[in-house]
Design a protein around this ligand. Structure first.
Ligand SMILES: Cc1cc2nc3c(=O)[nH]c(=O)nc-3n(C[C@H](O)[C@H](O)[C@H](O)COP(=O)(O)O)c2cc1C
Ligand code: SF4
Ligand code: SF4
Length: 675
């Protein structure tokens, strides 16, 4: 019974001495839905035996017995383990309990078991068969016909089936058969255990605050290890769990509060490979951006993640090198509710891939914001504090920039790109006008000495045109991108029944942001770049760096996961550099730019065929479906063996199959010349 087997593997725990703990769903907390499935299965398996009564033993057998009795419309009797004072006329049999290591009696009133009955006995476990033998005895005493016995779980290695057969039970059914409980492993008959996919498990992890698993573990930090895997630091993850024993990891797993089933912490930890990069060789991530020394390239993006002193101070303490503070303006800002909406799969609520916001600018009074920036710079002198500003007139732009300089800010970012401003002459409309961005940049440049960094809107065909206008006006660097104009249709994101176009950000926008960065990096002026858009992991950040950014900013990922993602941004980038033997981050800046060509210059004479790993393939047939309906009908699916086969003469090497295969069973062969 598949659902039962899955549940045992997910929620069952193997204890010392051959004990299987199933108290999450069978014999303490009960899952009624599973119990119903159990009863349906028993009903099917004993349908031909025509029972007239369901018999069980208190207490764990009662739930499946009642369900079965209900479905088969039969009375249910349970044998008591103690004689009630009100019961005088009864059958009794003595039984040895395996789990409790003591004898007890089974008692049934003569009123409820008689020679007219055709009895079907059901119970939660078949172990040594002692209870079953007691039931055989009771039926014999009553002259009842025992037509069979059904068990939810059978521990085959304790040989109860043999004992019952010898006692004369002809029909025995067990819905899940355990072959062995060894080394804390549950070995189920007929079940090939799928190796844990550590990324799948790390993605399921809820990334809990003050994680219960870590608290229960005591010798390590499994929650931190899972977070490292989730944020692309698989190998270094071992450092947080290397001293944990299996017992520690099992405790951690039992403490896991995942709402479906616990993260398979022990198996995940056992699957982490030893790191082949020595962390004593990790380089410093220091880099110069716009002439400013930064301890690493990771900054908070101007947004909801940095709207007051405490937030930025916390981020600095966590390891962020700098902040582009929430955009300051002179207008009164009043936000709507709800302010946000998100796009996610139904299965991954809480983990969205795209994020829409209607937030405008800082709601604080201007003086208060500059005072915050002044205090931040004073309290964290090695961190980089950049004011983001937005004016409505040249005078406002100049005034705000001067205030930023006076507050001790290291640079000023000009927000030419907010897509949801309600005020005229502000936001991404300005960012589309070369004339306006040129004149605002020029007037700010003329009023301050600190670097000036215009922030570009992606809501434009050629981002290089306004960027060029800014550079002509003396901009010291360009940052990109702000959010992308978008519409989402969820009714619970409406504002009193109304909607508006507003900015989209997060994981989904990264390829678009990278395209804009590439075009900016390819400009003849080779501007200094700060990259923004969908950065979550160090690998995402590296992509921006390799396309020419010497600084990267993060907003949505911090909103989702917190400032703590900096740990893995730093760790992963350092490890990558150590592995490549790169000492200076600057060496990576723009290293992938030469790879980009126009489409007409790409090689069209060679091909890479997909390769199928028969072991990893589970036979879902998705590759065949996609290749048939969205490719070149180059995959044949054998419905007998449930395995795909490639027809080389039809395959065009598009790799759709590889991208949709849910198990990663499709990889690549060598590139060869097309026939
Ligand atoms: C809630 C929210 C508020 C934002 N506020 C500002 C802002 O005040 N000034 C600004 O320049 N960009 C603002 N942005 C845009 C971000 O700085 C960033 O450019 C964009 O979200 C893309 O990065 P991400 O994918 O890491 O979020 C905001 C974004 C969000 C989601
Ligand atoms: S308790 Fe479970 S869900 Fe929470 S952090 Fe630990 S493993 Fe993840
Ligand atoms: S999509 Fe992957 S797992 Fe499914 S049949 Fe094809 S190769 Fe096998």
């Amino acid at each position: 019974m598949k659902s039962l087997i899955n549940r045992i593997l997910q929620d069952g725990h193997c204890l010392d001495g051959g004990i299987l703990k199933v108290d999450r769903f069978i014999n303490h907390q009960m899952d009624p839905y599973l119990m119903k499935q159990v009863a349906v299965e028993f009903m099917n398996r004993f349908a031909n035996e025509r029972p007239t009564k369901i018999l069980t033993v208190e207490a764990s057998g009662i739930a499946p017995a009642v369900m079965l009795g209900y479905l088969m419309e039969l009375p249910v009797v349970f044998a008591k383990k103690k004689q009630p004072s009100t019961m005088n006329n009864f059958y009794v049999s003595k039984v040895r309990s395996f789990t409790k290591q003591r004898d007890y009696t089974l008692i049934i009133s003569k009123e409820y078991l008689s020679s007219d009955d055709r009895v079907l006995f059901v119970d939660d476990f078949l172990a040594f068969g002692n209870t079953g033998v007691g039931v055989v005895d009771l039926c014999k005493q009553a002259g009842a016909t025992l037509i069979g016995m059904g068990f939810i779980i059978e521990k085959e290695f304790q040989e109860g089936r043999k004992v019952l057969a010898e006692a004369g039970v002809k029909h025995i059914e067990s819905l899940a058969i355990i072959e062995a409980l060894e080394n804390n492993q549950i070995k189920l008959k007929g079940v090939k255990l799928r190796k844990v996919n550590i990324y799948e498990e790390a993605n399921r992890c809820l990334l809990c605050q003050d994680a219960p698993c870590t608290k229960a573990c005591k010798t390590g930090d499994p929650a931190r290890a899972l977070r490292a895997i989730r944020f692309d630091n698989h190998k270094p993850a071992l450092r947080w769990v290397k001293d944990c024993s299996d017992a520690d990891l099992e405790r951690a797993e039992q403490a896991c509060i995942h709402y479906n089933w616990p993260i398979r912490i022990k198996e995940v930890v056992h699957s982490i490979h030893k790191d082949d990069v020595d962390d004593s060789c990790y380089p410093d991530l220091g880099i110069i951006f716009c002439g400013i020394k930064c301890e690493n390239p990771f900054f908070l993006a101007s947004s909801a993640v940095c709207i007051n002193y405490e937030m930025v101070a916390n981020a600095f303490k966590a390891g962020w090198a700098g902040v582009f503070y929430k955009t300051i303006c002179m207008q009164e800002i009043k936000e709507v509710s709800p302010l946000f909406d998100a796009m996610h799969n139904n299965a991954t609520h809480g983990d969205f891939y795209g994020f829409r916001n209607m937030e405008q600018l800082s709601e604080n009074p201007v003086e208060e914001d500059f005072d915050i920036l002044r205090r931040l710079k004073k309290d964290y002198p090695t961190k980089v504090v950049i004011a983001s500003i937005m004016g409505q007139t040249e005078e406002e732009w100049m005034k705000l920039a001067k205030m930023a300089e006076e507050a001790g800010c290291d640079a000023v970012e000009l927000n030419f790109s907010c897509p949801q401003m309600k005020h005229k002459g502000m936001g991404s409309d300005v960012g589309q006008s070369q004339e306006l961005v040129n004149s605002y940049t020029a007037c700010v440049k003329s009023s301050v000495k600190i670097p000036v960094i215009p922030k570009m809107t992606p809501n434009i065909t050629h981002i290089t045109e306004p960027a060029e206008a800014c550079l002509q006006a003396g901009a010291d660097a360009i940052s990109a991108i702000n959010t992308i104009k978008s519409v989402t249709m969820a009714s619970d994101a409406e504002v009193t029944g109304r909607r508006t176009i507003s900015g989209y950000s997060g994981r989904a926008v990264r390829p678009i942001a990278l395209r804009h960065i590439l075009e900016l990096a390819q400009m003849p002026q080779k501007p200094v770049l700060s990259g923004i858009g969908g950065i979550e992991t160090w690998r995402d950040a590296l992509e921006f760096i390799q396309l020419g950014c010497s600084n990267v900013q993060v907003c949505t990922a911090v909103m989702q996961y917190g400032y703590r993602i900096i740990d893995d941004l730093i760790l992963g980038l350092q490890r990558f550099m150590a592995k490549r033997g790169v000492n200076e981050l600057q060496q990576l800046v723009g290293e992938h730019l030469p790879k980009f060509l126009n489409p007409d210059h790409l090689d069209r004479d060679t091909i890479i065929y997909p390769k199928f790993d028969k072991e990893m393939c589970v036979g879902c047939g998705r590759c065949e479906v996609s290749c048939s309906d969205g490719g070149h009908q180059a995959i044949v699916f054998d419905s007998e063996t449930r395995r795909p086969r490639l027809v080389g003469t039809k395959c065009v090497g598009c790799h759709l199959c590889r991208l949709i295969c849910p198990t990663g069973a499709i990889s690549v062969t060598k590139r060869i010349t097309k026939k």
